[in-house]
Structures are given as C-alpha cells and as structure tokens.
Ligand binder design. Structure first.
Ligand code: B12
Length: 211
C-alpha cells in the first residue's frame, strides 16, 4: 500500500535508518508512490518529529544529525523523480540561499529543486550565505526573485539585512522567504513580497510574483 510506504519512510527517518532508507525509497518509487508525497508526508514529517524530540531535550545533536542524514539519503533517491514542469521558456531567474550563520539546507534544497522542476532558472548560493553576498549576486545575476531560507529564530533577522538595502536599490526584484520559524506576518514585517510554509507552495507564490 502506498500510504504504508510513506509511513515507513517517515519512521525510517525517526529511527535513523541510514542503511536501509535508500532501498525503502527505491521500493516506494517502484510501487508508484508520488515522490513529492513521499518527501512531504514521509521524510519531512519524520524530520519534524526528530526536531521536536531534540527541542524537548529527549535526543541530542548526534541523533539530530543521523535523522538529517537519513532524510538526505532518501531525498537523493526521490528528488530526481519529482515530475518536471513543462520546460518552455524559463519561468524566471531566482537566486536562493540559506542566510548567514545558518547551515540548514534540506528545506532550501527542496524549494530549489521544486522551482527548477517548474521551469525556474535557479542560482543556489548554498548555506551560511553572508548578507553582502546575496546583494552582490543580485547585482551580478539580475534575478526576477531572491529566495531566502532561515531555520532559526536567531538567524531570521538576517533576511531583513538583505531585504532593506535590496529594496532601496532595486524594487523590481521580488523577495520570497521561508523556513520553519518564519511566518506570513513576519515576512510582511520585514518587507518580503511572498512567503510559503512548504516547497510546493513556494512554486505557487513564485509564479504569482514573477509574471
Ligand atoms: C535537520 C536539522 C538540523 C541538521 C541540518 C542538516 C542539513 N544539512 O540541513 C543539523 C543536525 C546539521 C542541524 C544543526 C543545528 N540545528 Co537544527 N534542526 C534540524 C531540524 C530537525 C529539521 C530541519 C529540516 O531540515 N527540516 C526538513 C525541511 C524539509 O523542512 P524546512 O527546513 O522547514 O523547510 C520547509 C519549509 O520550512 C519551507 N522552506 C524552507 N526554506 C524555505 C525558503 C523559502 C524561500 C520558502 C518559500 C520556503 C522554505 O519549505 C521546506 C519544504 O517544505 C530542525 C527542526 C525543525 N522543526 O525545523 C532543527 C532546528 C532548526 N535546529 C535547531 C538548532 C538549535 C540547531 C543547532 C544550533 C544545534 C547545535 N546545538 O549545534 C545547529 C545549527 C547550526 C547552524 N549554525 O546553523 C533548532 C533551532 C532553534 C531556534 N533557535 O530557532 C531547531 C528548530 C530544533 C529545535 N527544536 O530546537 N539541524
């Protein structure tokens, strides 16, 4: 049953099954499970549980790392099978990165993959991107949109460090923000043009912002 396989993937992240999770992901694909459902309802739900346990002090950093590694292993199997959008002309150019002092990359990578799959040209600056580098890249690449990810309450303010000068300089570049602690209200407060709580929503918002 496809639902069972999604649940198994979720549990494999929760139980840090780094050795067997790739095979599980392959079996899910073979069984016809939608890779996006496997990622969002399986892996992402699993890592959410791991994060909550870490937050409550029930597990420690090594377990958090193992959960993330299990998720990344399965993502490597599933992501290439995410359906690609119709590649007509580019849907728009996007610069994306995780903000300064923040090394969380899984969500940012998912957003990047989904945007690429839907025809956007994505320049991925990676993680721990200094605010000045986002601004430099904006000058260099002249994107339609800048997308930033922040996973910690302590790094969220870095987004404003990019938005304020960027908006002063070039109002045409749309700004999309996201990451677990970010909210729609916060996004508006710091002057972003769009926010989404997940990767598929990010594509919808991006399409609305870049026309
Ligand atoms: C995995 C993980 C890690 C991994 C990261 C591995 C990697 N290569 O990315 C490791 C183990 C390295 C790690 C390290 C740390 N972590 Co950590 N980590 C997590 C965890 C469990 C899951 C994050 C994740 O990957 N989720 C899965 C993805 C799919 O979800 P997501 O990132 O939220 O992304 C989705 C959406 O948010 C959205 N999205 C994301 N980005 C963007 C961008 C745009 C533009 C848009 C539109 C949408 C969007 O779409 C994504 C897909 O649906 C979270 C808990 C949580 N609930 O978030 C803690 C968490 C973020 N970590 C935390 C902490 C404290 C740390 C450390 C400081 C721990 C330590 N003591 O060293 C370090 C940070 C180091 C640093 N300087 O960055 C805290 C942050 C607390 C806070 N201050 O806010 C959390 C919340 C855990 C907790 N409950 O305490 N971590």
């Amino acid at each position: 049953m496809p639902e069972d396989m999604v649940k198994q993937l979720k549990n494999a992240v929760i139980n840090y099954e780094m050795e067997t999770i790739a095979d599980l992901a392959k079996s899910a694909l073979k069984a016809g499970v939608d890779p996006l459902v496997a990622i969002e309802k399986g892996l992402a739900e699993g890592i959410k549980t791991v994060g909550e346990r870490f937050g409550r002090g029930e597990i420690y950093l090594p377990e958090l790392v193992m959960g993330a590694e299990a998720m990344k292993t399965a993502l490597a199997v599933l992501e290439p099978s995410v359906p690609k959008g119709q590649h007509r002309a580019s849907a728009g150019k996007v610069v994306i990165g995780t903000v300064q002092d923040d090394i969380h990359e899984i969500g940012k990578n998912l957003v990047s993959t989904m945007l690429t799959a839907n025809g956007f040209e994505v320049v991925d600056l990676g993680v721990n991107v200094p605010s000045a580098d986002f601004l430099k890249k904006a000058d260099e690449v002249k994107p339609h949109m800048m997308a930033m990810s922040a996973l910690m309450t302590t790094t969220m303010p870095r987004m404003a460090e990019v938005i304020t000068p960027l908006k002063k300089k070039n109002k045409a570049i749309k700004i999309l923000v996201g990451g677990a602690p970010v909210t729609d209200t916060y996004a508006k407060e710091i002057g972003a043009d769009g926010y989404s709580g997940d990767a598929s929503g990010a594509v919808d918002v991006a399409k609305k912002l870049v026309r």
